[in-house]
Design a protein around this ligand. Sequence first.
Ligand code: MG
Length: 377
Amino acid sequence: MPSNHPAWQELETIERRESVLLAPYATHSSQSKGRKYQEHAQSYRGPFQRDRDRIIHTAAYRRLSHKTQVFTSQEGDYHRNRLTHTLEVCSIARTVARALRLNEDLVEVMALMHDIGHPPFGHSGEDVLKECLKEEGGFSHNQHALRIVEELESPYLEFPGLNLSYETLEGQCYRANKQSMKICPSLEAQVVDAADSIAYDSHDADDALELGLLNIEQLLTVPMWRNAADRVQRKAHAPTNSPLRRAVIHELIDWQVKDLLQTATEQITQRDTGCSNNIETQKSMVLQSVELQQQKTELERFLFQHVYRHPDVVKIRDRAQTALHELFDKMVDHIEYLPESFRHRAKTVGVRRSVCDYLAGMTDRFAWREHKRLCDP
Ligand code: MG
């Protein structure tokens, strides 16, 4: 295509727009390292917008609506599922990215894909698959997200997988290999990581209150909740319990976002980098302040003991784990139960891995249905 073609001029406009709106340390589309399989640039969408659209059209993304975040659909319909959690992460991450003048398109795609590797039944399901695959390298939802976008979802004729941009994949690689990665990824990937934590710390408390697993008095013993409640009370002159609860959840999110913005801005200013290439560092810069991080750790410890280990939650988790384990064993013994594509895949990755990949793609309700059909007729 000649460089004076209108499409090229439009693309230049996207890059020009980014050069005005984004900070020098943001990831600019014009600096992208590209894709594994080269594709023509589009005039009307930048590379990360294109990645985002590819994620939204995957089956794995749609299935998030019927996957457990913490509580299953049997427990009610107020609480978050994996999709609504993802959208909350995305919303927080975009707010932070815009305030820091980072690339919102890149942040959005990384947020939308960050949990697509989760199997049915949340972390309980993940533990089962990890156990089943312990001889074959284990299972992690972050690693599985990469498997989905590079191998399992292949809607294009020209190449396998979604052929996402290097920068998008790098963000997910960071999530999958945090312990071993010596260099931090882009600031955009760090923002998504921080937004994930802000979202679940706030909404897990809210969901647990709604389900009656916790009460306000218990939460008031936790410094972070108590401080947020005090801030709300000062603003709103002692509202009643229900609005107080909602207001405290909003305050928790708002407080964490403001704290994150302040700390990240200080960190970035201190390093005073000229461009995104120079911002590679061993230490994350998008962090909460030490004081707030301590309070978050305490809240997480409290939620772990009182919510994630609550007898009602454990009872449902145990049932789900048994069902998934039985389904795994049944399918390994009867490979004919796998869809044709996974039987074919078993020839290259092995039966156990292929069964695991198939199970990981299931929604909670499909896993229950399959369990009933195959293991408990
Ligand atoms: Mg998450």
